[in-house]
Design a protein around this ligand. Sequence first.
Ligand code: TYC
Length: 103
Amino acid sequence: PASDDGDAVVLERLPQKTQPPQMYRVVMLNDDYTPMEFVIVVLQEFFGKDREAATQIMLKIHLDGKGVCGVYSRDIAATKVDQVMEAAHQAGHPLQCLSEPVE
Ligand code: TYC
């Protein structure tokens, strides 16, 4: 009689090798010239904030010198920085934005 266990498959949990992607904070810097309203609109347009949250982040930046707009994977963070810098340049404002790795 044929034995049944000849093709038994053992599923073994291998050590997890892939790491979650490095995340990046998008940080906006305060300056003396960019209008508060412009910063609020940028935070709504490019970072998906409602007007309330955008206003709070803008005021935090205004008071502390800088603030976090959001945390994203590397490519998305770089795109956000480009979008903010382009919009600020187009509008003639000196607003600065950068991304930095989390941790
Ligand atoms: N400090 C600016 C003003 O008083 C407002 C401002 C806020 C500018 C945040 C830049 O990232 C910024 N008009």
